[in-house]
Design a protein around this ligand. Structure first.
Ligand SMILES: CC(C)(COP(=O)(O)OP(=O)(O)OC[C@H]1O[C@@H](n2cnc3c(N)ncnc32)[C@H](O)[C@@H]1O)[C@@H](O)C(=O)NCCC(=O)NCCS
Ligand SMILES: Nc1ncnc2c1ncn2[C@@H]1O[C@H](COP(=O)(O)OP(=O)(O)OP(=O)(O)O)[C@@H](O)[C@H]1O
Length: 228
């Protein structure tokens, strides 16, 4: 399902930015779907990657204002002895207490958006990939409206579970607890301009990314000329 010849501006523009000289492709997908594998490939083609997962780790660094806010909201138990965030404890808490997840996101998402915007302003590649697991879910985080197109990396739930549990040695139960806080495949794919089914090997993933990359280069050129 790819609208590869469509205008760089989506037919679903309500939440997307209207004018931006640099084409920003939002890359999303469920846990373990293959977002990092896809963004690593785009990076190898010279495309700047803004990774919301990486930013989400950076904004809660030891001593950061965001981590202090989390500590004030939840208590000292969110910290390890060295003052860094106890990610496992926070994960267990928020993915079993939906209201706590909302409170955590209310603190982290504005910080993630600000950092993403700063990275976007500093980017120099022909177009930019903004990778975010919650690009569509977290509308209030406002990441989707930084993007002109949305690319979804899709995989079956069984494949997601298998890949995520092999990668992190996390229990299937923990991964399922995260998955229930993410959109279903069908709902996510409905928001996509381009969907890649990542159900075979990495070579098959890369072969599907190549024509999209060529299309994004063309769209990025069009956007640049339109804005000049
Ligand atoms: C809950 C936290 C502490 C767990 O940390 P942990 O190191 O165990 O996991 P990590 O951050 O690497 O995330 C692993 C995966 O969980 C999923 N995930 C992360 N946050 C969320 C969330 N708020 N809702 C649903 N899924 C999420 C993503 O698929 C992500 O790739 C951490 O994920 C977090 O701070 N989340 C809130 C910030 C956020 O929304 N990040 C997503 C990027 S926009
Ligand atoms: N087509 C594939 N064939 C084999 N392994 C794959 C394929 N795609 C991804 N993987 C592997 O599956 C694991 C999960 O992929 P990846 O880390 O890219 O997912 P993700 O969507 O970024 O996950 P998360 O949301 O948890 O960050 C990784 O170990 C990755 O190397």
């Amino acid at each position: 399902m790819s609208n590869s010849n469509a205008s760089p501006y989506s037919h679903k523009p309500q939440t997307r930015q209207k004018q931006n000289k640099t084409l920003v492709v939002g890359l999303t997908g469920g846990i373990g779907s293959g977002k990092s594998a896809a963004s690593d490939w785009f990076a190898q083609q010279g495309i700047d990657i803004i990774d919301a997962d990486v930013i989400a780790h950076e904004v809660v660094a030891k001593g950061s204002a965001t981590l202090r806010k989390i500590q004030r909201k939840f208590g000292d138990w969110v910290l390890n002895g060295d003052g860094s965030m106890d990610r496992a404890a926070v994960r267990t808490h928020v993915f079993t207490h939906p209201e706590a997840l909302i409170e955590l996101e209310a603190i982290t998402h504005p910080a993630i958006r600000e950092a993403a915007k700063a990275q976007l302003a500093a980017s120099t590649s022909p177009y930019v990939v903004l990778s975010a697991p919650l690009l569509i879910e977290a509308a209030e985080a406002g990441l989707a409206n930084l993007c002109q197109r949305v690319l979804v990396i899709d995989a079956s739930e069984d494949t997601q579970l298998e890949r995520a549990s092999q990668r992190d040695e996390q229990s299937v139960q923990k991964i399922k607890a995260i998955m229930v806080n993410q959109l279903s495949r069908e709902a996510r794919n409905r928001h996509a301009d381009d969907v890649i089914l990542n159900d075979r090997d990495l070579a098959a993933l890369y072969a599907q990314l190549e024509p999209l990359h060529q299309n994004y280069l063309t769209l990025a050129q069009q956007l640049k000329y339109a804005a000049d």
